[in-house]
Ligand binder design. Structure first.
Ligand code: PLP
Length: 442
C-alpha cells in the first residue's frame, strides 16, 4: 500500500496482502459455489462403471436432467467435457459441412459459438448487435422469410449471454420461427441459465439445448450436457459432419442400458445426483424465483446504490444469473477486479473481449442467499472506492438491503418431482413477484 493508500497489485508489498484466512468469495458467473452436500457426494471410491449396479446412477440422472430441461420428448446426453464440448456435439451431430446457420453476435459466448461453427465448416450469417441487447427477433424473422429455398438449417441462440448479463426471449424466437413456417432447428446455449432461469425445452420447441455442470447445477466444470429433440435426433441420420468422441450414436447405443461409450466422470455423476436432489428439494420454480429475487437486490445495489449502469440495455433483458457492470470512463475495470481479489478475497467476473477493462461482472447464480451476496456487494464497493470510483460508501449495501427487506421471495409448494404446478411466463412471473412482494414483511 502506498502512502496515499492506493493499492497497486504490481507492487510486491501490496501483493503479499492477499488473504489466506477465511473463505474466498467466489462471485464469478461460473464456476459457482458448490454446496457442501455436493462436495461430499463427490468424495467416492472409484467403482466399476461397467458393473450391474452402475446404471441405477446413470439412469436416474438422465431422467432427472430431463425435468430440469423441462423435456419429456427429448433425450439428454452427458459428456466428460465442458459446455464447449456440448456446443460441438450439437453442431456436428445434426449438420453437414456447408450447412447455413443464422444467429446474432450478442457478446463473447455467442461469438465463440459462431467461431466454432465456422471452424467446423458451416456457413454462418450473424448479425452483430450492440453489447447489452438480446436476440434480434426482427432480424431473424426477416432472414427466415427471405429464405424461400429453406437453406437455413439452424438458428443459434444464447439464452443467457454471460459476458453481458443478457437473457434472450427464446419463447419469442420460437414464435417467430413458427410464424415464418420455417423448419430450421433451434440450437440454444443454456449454459448459464439451466437450473437458475426458467428453461422450457419442449414448450419452446428447442432442438438442441447445451449446458455445462459448473453454473446452475452447482458442480465443478467437467460435464458438457446436451438435450436433443426427436427432430434433431432424426437430423443425425443425414448429417455428414465428421464426429467421433462426441458422436451421439455411440452414446445412444450405450446409454440405452445405462452405460457410456467411454469412462464416465464418476465423482461428477455422484455430485450431479446430489445437486439434482437439492434443486428438487427446493423446487425448480422456487429456485427460479430465488434467483430473480436475489438478482433484483444486486441490481438495486448497482443502479440505485452506486448509480452505475448495467451492460444490459433494457429490463426485459436483465439476467437473473449475472450482472455486467459498466465502470465510469477513465477507470480500468480490471483494476477493480484485481483489488477485490487481492485485497478482499473476492472473485468478480472480468470483462470479456469487447468488455475488457470496461466492465466487471457479479455472478449471482447457484447456491446463494442474501447475506452471501452482501459480502460480494460490500467487497465490490470497497474495491471500487479503492480504485477511485466515486460512489458513496455503503450505498450498494443499503440499496440491496432495502430491496431484500421490503420484498419477499415468492414461494411455490415444492414437489420432489420438480414439477411445481402451472408455471407463469417470465413477464407474468416478474409482475407477480412485484405484486406479491409488495406485501409488508414480518
Ligand atoms: N456458453 C456460455 C453462455 C457460457 O457462459 C460459457 C462459459 O462460461 C460457455 C458457453 C462455455 O462453457 P465451458 O466454459 O463450460 O466450456
Amino acid at each position: 500500500m502506498s502512502a496515499t493508500g492506493e493499492f497497486n497489485p504490481l507492487r510486491e508489498s501490496d501483493r503479499t496482502m492477499s488473504r489466506i484466512s477465511g473463505r474466498n468469495f467466489l462471485f464469478v458467473p461460473g464456476p459457482t459455489n458448490i454446496p457442501d452436500r455436493v462436495q461430499r457426494a463427490m468424495v467416492v471410491a472409484m467403482e466399476d462403471h461397467r458393473s450391474s449396479r452402475f446404471p441405477e446412477l446413470s439412469a436416474s440422472v438422465f431422467e432427472d436432467l430431463k425435468k430440469v430441461y423441462k423435456t419429456e420428448a427429448g433425450q439428454v446426453f452427458i459428456f466428460p467435457s465442458s459446455g464447449t464440448g456440448a456446443w460441438e456435439a450439437a453442431l456436428t451431430n445434426t449438420l453437414s459441412p456447408g450447412d447455413r446457420l443464422l444467429t446474432a453476435r450478442l457478446g463473447h459466448f455467442s461469438h465463440l459459438w459462431i467461431d466454432m461453427a465456422e471452424r467446423l465448416g458451416f456457413e454462418v450469417r450473424a448479425l452483430d448487435v450492440p453489447w447489452g441487447e438480446g436476440m434480434p427477433l426482427e432480424f431473424i424473422e426477416a432472414a427466415l422469410r427471405a429464405d424461400t429455398g429453406r437453406e437455413i438449417k439452424g438458428i443459434l441462440a444464447c439464452h443467457n449471454e454471460t459476458s453481458t448479463g443478457v437473457t434472450s426471449d427464446i419463447a419469442g424466437l420460437r414464435s417467430v420461427v413458427d410464424a415464418c413456417g420455417h423448419s430450421a432447428m433451434l440450437f440454444v446455449d443454456a449454459v448459464s441459465s439451466l437450473g437458475s432461469i426458467d428453461f422450457r425445452m419442449d414448450e419452446w420447441g428447442v432442438d438442441l439445448a447445451v449446458s455445462g455442470s459448473q453454473k446452475g447445477l452447482m458442480l465443478p466444470a467437467g460435464l458438457g450436457i446436451l438435450a436433443v429433440s426427436p427432430k434433431a435426433l432424426h437430423a443425425m441420420q443425414s448429417a455428414t459432419s465428421r464426429r467421433c468422441y462426441f458422436d451421439l450414436a455411440d452414446m445412444i447405443a450405450t446409454n440405452a442400458s445405462g452405460y457410456f461409450p467411454y469412462t464416465p466422470a464418476l465423482p461428477m455423476l455422484h455430485g450431479l445426483r446430489e445437486s439434482l436432489n437439492i434443486l428438487f428439494e427446493e423446487g425448480l420454480e422456487n429456485v427460479f424465483s430465488r434467483h430473480h429475487y436475489l438478482a433484483e437486490g444486486v441490481r438495486a445495489a448497482i443502479t440505485e446504490g452506486w448509480g452505475l449502469r448495467l451492460c444490459a440495455r433494457h429490463p426485459k433483458w436483465y439476467s437473473d444469473t449475472v450482472s455486467a457492470v459498466t465502470v465510469p470512463e477513465g477507470i480500468d475495470a480490471a483494476h477493480v477486479i484485481d483489488v477485490a481479489f487481492r485485497r478482499y478475497n473476492l472473485a468478480l467476473g472480468s470483462g470479456l473481449s469487447n468488455g475488457a477493462g470496461r466492465m466487471f461482472r457479479i455472478g449471482h447464480l447457484g447456491d446463494l442467499n442474501e447475506l452471501m451476496l452482501m459480502g460480494a456487494i460490500a467487497g465490490t464497493e470497497m474495491a471500487m472506492l479503492d480504485a477511485d470510483i466515486e460512489i458513496t460508501s455503503g450505498s450498494g449495501v443499503a440499496a440491496a438491503a432495502g430491496f431484500w427487506r421490503r420484498h419477499r421471495q415468492r414461494q411455490r409448494c415444492t414437489e420432489k418431482s420438480g414439477r411445481a404446478g402451472v408455471i407463469p411466463d417470465r413477464a407474468d412471473y416478474q409482475e407477480r413477484v412485484a405484486v406479491e412482494s409488495a406485501l409488508p414483511v414480518g
